[in-house]
Design a protein around this ligand. Structure first.
Ligand SMILES: Nc1ncnc2c1ncn2[C@@H]1O[C@H](COP(=O)(O)OP(=O)(O)OP(=O)(O)O)[C@@H](O)[C@H]1O
Ligand SMILES: [Mg+2]
Length: 232
């Protein structure tokens, strides 16, 4: 088993308000093995992004348990915690907020290496850019000089550059036109498949979930409901 999450609950403090916002994902979510794709669907506001960030260790739940590779997330400390941050990556819904606008793309792609005190591996970066059908010259441009689709493909390259085992894809193409969506999902599937990387694919699009995942859940009313992905 790669990852399990059980009975997750988290409360956001709401400034100036006594009532807080509680997000729940009761029940169980499983990502069985390396390379497996699992969909996560649900209405807007259901808590999909929140759950994704909790699974990546970027938000701390108030209750529930997440186990990654046989060990509870809460037990990863110090060096192991840093290593875990490398093993689980996130591709966010809005790529324009995931990059520092003052930095050229090259500097943003160096960042994961800087954080993990590793020398930048330009060969890996260049081959990932090529896989994402981006020219190497993109390294010298600013985020504002790229289209949304290009910037999201850079975000994917950045998420893959340190060899993660699991990637949380939070509606990675929802801001794009249908053709670009399908193209980027195709590139993404190839890159993830080739590296045997598991992914949680958060999406509103059942067709893409069916095409891209082996299993799926709906987050509905705070409960995780396994979905049957019957192919039409
Ligand atoms: N930082 C925050 N502070 C307070 N409340 C928040 C915060 N982030 C999210 N929420 C609330 O938590 C709930 C779940 O939000 P979340 O972003 O996880 O939903 P979602 O399922 O990803 O929705 P969407 O499909 O629109 O992206 C919403 O009611 C939202 O308003
Ligand atoms: Mg969301």
């Amino acid at each position: 088993m790669l990852l399990t999450a059980a009975d997750i609950s988290m409360t956001y403090p709401v400034p100036g308000k006594a009532r807080k916002k509680t997000v729940q994902a009761l029940g169980r979510l499983e990502i069985v093995q390396q390379g497996q794709g699992v969909g996560l669907m649900g209405d807007s506001g259901a808590g999909k992004t929140t759950l994704g960030l909790i699974l990546a260790g970027l938000l701390k739940p108030d209750s529930g348990q997440i186990v990654f590779k046989g060990k509870a997330l809460s037990e990863y400390k110090g060096k192991q915690w840093k290593e875990l941050r490398k093993r689980i990556q996130v591709v966010f819904q809005h790529p324009e907020t995931a990059f520092d606008p003052r930095w050229k793309i090259g500097k943003s792609l160096e960042e994961p290496y800087r954080i993990h005190h590793q020398p930048m591996d330009l060969i890996t970066i260049e081959s990932l850019l090529e896989e994402m059908e981006l020219p190497a010259g993109i390294l010298f441009r600013y985020p504002s000089q790229l289209s949304g689709g290009e910037l999201q493909r850079v975000a994917i390259a950045r998420a893959l550059c340190l060899n993660p085992e699991l990637v949380i894809l939070d509606e990675p193409t929802s801001m794009l036109d249908p053709l670009t969506q399908a193209r980027i999902m195709g590139l993404l599937r190839q890159s993830l498949g080739k590296r045997n990387i598991a992914y949680l694919y958060i999406s509103h699009n059942i067709h893409l979930v069916k095409a891209f995942c082996n299993g799926a859940y709906a987050l509905d009313g705070g409960r995780l409901i396994p979905l049957k992905l019957e192919r039409s």
